[in-house]
Design a protein around this ligand. Structure first.
Ligand code: AQP
Length: 328
């Protein structure tokens, strides 16, 4: 089975990225043949960016992924812009994608509303490129956070439409979101997801935050006026913390609730801060040495791109043939 997922080289990665996506990537290495992970620099350029920084952010993200447990021998890790097949398939898929489909995408609505200067056509096309990323590998599974559900539904639809129109070329992938904490919420505004671009640093826990900063952020996490550590749709803050605690300690949410049934919010928040600081310690500790070796990172990415290209070029040749493009 092939697994594929992409991650943006934007900013520092946060706990939401880790719980929603990165830990699933690591686990996917045991199940997939192969697990394919892509740093999507072409997606990152759909909003304002600094060209001088972009390459560095790609290395930062590659180093975070390796520090989290991706192993170049057990997965394919590469940079999206190194494999031209993604952009070509994006164009081919655009012919079976309705303008109205893209207009409905929540992420486009949110991100376009935030752009002050230019809402790029690239931002509008973001989900088509994302569909091409996955479909180029005929991946059967896409591990992502809950916020990507709508994009994965669209890519499934595009695969179906393409196959109906041109023959059985593409594989419709299954969404895989974590069972617990699929949408990690902002610690200060728990009605909103933890995000790279929205919200303050105090609501967002970076993977590389030091333990003191992590404890402080959880200590000042917004909860509610109640006392009971219990999941409840009316208690977004405490529900979020219970999910995070469950993941960080490898237990069920029921168990977490039972353990803290007699504790107040203050003690619980303190315990979550400690647990997350421990949970992220291996990533934080492994990162600096990996990040320092840019040549090593470049080698991993370029070897990954060679392997990725071999797979994607087969799908592209089939898609082109099915559409009547190029010589017979
Ligand atoms: N809060 C979250 N909870 C669970 N999963 C999340 N993901 C993102 N936020 C959460 C998942 O992380 C993966 C990578 O996302 P990305 O490539 O979009 O990276 P990003 O730009 O750093 O992520 P953000 O924070 O989502 O950026 P904004 O908010 O600025 O758009 C995906 O699988 C995603 O589901």
């Amino acid at each position: 089975m092939r697994i594929f997922s992409g991650i943006q080289p934007t900013g520092e990665k946060h706990l939401g990225n880790y719980i929603g996506a990165i830990r699933q990537y690591v686990e996917g290495q045991d199940r997939a043949d192969p697990a394919i992970y892509c740093i999507v620099d072409l997606h990152a350029i759909t909003v304002p960016f600094d060209p001088a920084e972009l390459r560095q952010r790609v290395y930062d993200t590659a180093a975070v992924l390796l520090a989290s447990g991706l192993e170049p021998d057990r997965c394919v890790l590469f940079r999206q812009s190194d494999v031209y097949e993604h952009t070509e398939l994006c164009w081919l898929l655009s012919t079976v994608c309705a303008h109205g489909d893209l207009n409905r995408m929540h992420q486009f609505k949110e991100k376009s509303a935030r752009q002050r200067e230019l809402v790029s056509a690239g931002l509008f096309f973001y989900p088509v490129l994302q569909a091409a990323d996955v479909l180029a590998y005929r991946a059967e599974e896409v591990p992502v956070g809950e916020d990507q559900r709508q994009h994965v539904e669209l890519m499934r639809e595009l695969a179906r439409r393409f196959n109906e129109r041109f023959g059985d070329v593409l594989v419709e992938p299954e969404l895989r979101v974590p069972e617990v904490a699929a949408r990690v919420m902002d610690l200060q505004e728990p009605e909103r997801k933890m995000s790279t671009t929205v919200g303050s640093d105090s609501g967002r826990v970076y993977l590389l935050d030091d333990p003191g900063a992590i404890r402080k952020k959880f200590g000042s996490a917004v909860t509610d006026s109640g006392r009971e550590v219990r999941r409840d749709p009316e208690k977004a803050g405490i529900t979020n913390l219970i999910g995070i605690m469950a993941v960080a300690t490898g237990r069920g949410e029921d168990e977490v609730e039972a353990e803290f049934a007699d504790s107040g919010y203050g003690d619980f928040k303190k315990a979550v801060g400690e647990a997350v600081a421990d949970y992220l310690a291996p990533v934080r500790e492994a990162y600096p040495a990996i990040r320092e070796d840019e040549e090593g990172l470049e080698r991993v990415l370029s070897e990954g791109a060679d392997r990725a290209r071999e797979m994607a070029s087969v799908t592209l040749a089939d898609a082109r043939r099915a559409m009547g493009l190029g010589p017979a």
